[in-house]
Write a protein that binds this ligand. Sequence first.
Ligand SMILES: Cc1cc2nc3c(=O)[nH]c(=O)nc-3n(C[C@H](O)[C@H](O)[C@H](O)COP(=O)(O)OP(=O)(O)OC[C@H]3O[C@@H](n4cnc5c(N)ncnc54)[C@H](O)[C@@H]3O)c2cc1C
Length: 240
Amino acid sequence: MDATVGAGEVRYTAAVAVAADGVRSTIRPQLGVPVRAKDYPDRYLMGDFADTTGYGPDAALFLESEGIVESFPLPGNLRRWVVRLAASGSGGDARWLGHRIRERTGIDVDPASNSMLSSFGVRSRLAGRMVAGRTVLIGDAAHEISPIGGQGMNLGWLDAAALAPVVLASLHGSHVGTALRTFERGRMAAAARAARQSEINMALGRPLPAGPWSVRNGALAAAASVPAVNGFVARRFTMQ
Ligand SMILES: Cc1cc2nc3c(=O)[nH]c(=O)nc-3n(C[C@H](O)[C@H](O)[C@H](O)COP(=O)(O)OP(=O)(O)OC[C@H]3O[C@@H](n4cnc5c(N)ncnc54)[C@H](O)[C@@H]3O)c2cc1C
């Protein structure tokens, strides 16, 4: 990278510039890259508690009539719980969350052990391009997706891994226009796939009246009794 100092400004030139400046990217609008925006009706309350489940390293998903409960192991014998809120609900404190977990899953968590509590809504923002000239958008600057499925940060890391050889080649003086187009095609397709999958996961986690809920869960249980289907569903739900 070279820098030149002019009147009141420093101008840098580089073979490739990477913008990883998050969903409120300053660079993206400056490049004139359009964004496809979606806001979803889903809201969740998330909290970390001491792990009393005995699930060890396993995640657990409870597809309940009142809405999904997700449970993930964390380091330090903690467990993260994510509860789908009712359409108009804004949730409550750690005790309130503990009651919802108990109601829906039968599992007791100790509100006194709560170390993090956060409620969040869901949206997605997919950039229409990741490459503009020799500037590349990666991470949430290129694709914010629903946290349900837990893939947003992973997508960003995979962008960086796919881009690294292109940046290296550019540093060795290679012309990387074609490599950037290939990068863009692959990573935009991956982001679109992850966004679709997280939409399916959110839809599965929405509240359902008792009748349709029991039909749906019966069908899922029947499918899950076939090991190949079980593996497929687990992979889809964990977005592998
Ligand atoms: C509730 C919630 C739960 C989530 N759970 C998961 C999960 O379980 N798994 C998962 O993979 N993902 C998860 N995600 C998504 C994940 O947090 C994001 O995808 C990830 O943080 C995006 O990383 P990023 O580096 O692209 O953007 P950011 O984390 O937003 O980082 C961008 C950085 O750029 C800096 N910046 C911006 N403008 C400038 C500038 N002009 N100059 C210098 N610096 C600048 C910002 O300060 C910031 O530090 C979750 C998201 C939410 C909201």
